[in-house]
Ligand binder design. Sequence first.
Ligand code: ASP
Length: 328
Amino acid sequence: MTSSDVLSRRPSHDGRHIVILGTGGTIAGRAEQSTDVVGYKAGQVAVQDLIEGVLGLRRRIDAGWRIESEQVSQVDSKDMSHAIWRRLAERVQHHLDRPEVDGIIVTHGTDTLEETAYLLHRVLAPSRPVVLAAAMRPASAPQPDGPQNLDDALTVVGWPGARGVMAVLGGQVWPGAEVRKVHPYRLDAFSAGDAGPLAHVEAGQLRRLREWPVEQPLGLKVLAADIWPDVQIVTSHAGADGRLVDLLVQVGVQGLVVAATGNGSVHQDLMAALLRAQAAGVLVLRALRGGAGCIVPSSTDLLPDAGALTSAQARIEVLLRLLARRGG
Ligand code: ASP
């Protein structure tokens, strides 16, 4: 579904020209009973209706801002797909190619936001801001957090000099490459591990703590393939073995991420299978199973590591490396 609406047709002299792309998530969620903030359905409310609930919108429109919206998808982000990712990346690029657009907001579910943010960061690495906005409470809740988070996203996207892919939740701004969900319920559910937030949004002001995210973009063409490589995640744990890896290799897996214990350690039986997979041409990366920090490499490592990436982000890294090898 794609719809495009323009909330203000005033020329944006001092104002900003922002595009808001809706993908679904709890921010667009609705429950049968407004008091139910857990048993709701994500991805129900149209992005146009969401932004009309943002109190700071009228003030910005009066100041000459122009705000467009477009519905790219309407899903619970646990069900995010490669097809939606490609469409979203194309729509973000389309609007970035319009010189009059100052920045883009993407409304998204929190569950896979860290993956979408990492994908957009690596593929597009925009020189203008692309801000993912989410919420932990559905739009139907008595006190939803979505409208404030959207307002904060407007502050970030309109901030002079803002650039790169970022995420906004609970008054905190996170770099797209580092953000991860660390809590299933709290309103400040995101973290960037040791690195901390990029900025805080405080009463419509941005207090920046770190540099804007920068990256050498792979470019949209890397996502062009109709069928994306098969990349799976396996986990190292007590009692792990290599059966799953051997089966995945038999069915043609092309990339594997192992969610590793400790500082990237892997159970010896699982490691043996991963080394067999690597020898058979599968691209294998070790990533952290949980927690903050970054795998500290050692000269005795048998498999490359994904640094501070979560295993879900490392999966995208493997996916993109395989796609780049194919030449997009
Ligand atoms: N399941 C929801 C989603 O990821 C959760 C959320 O948005 O907070 O779409």
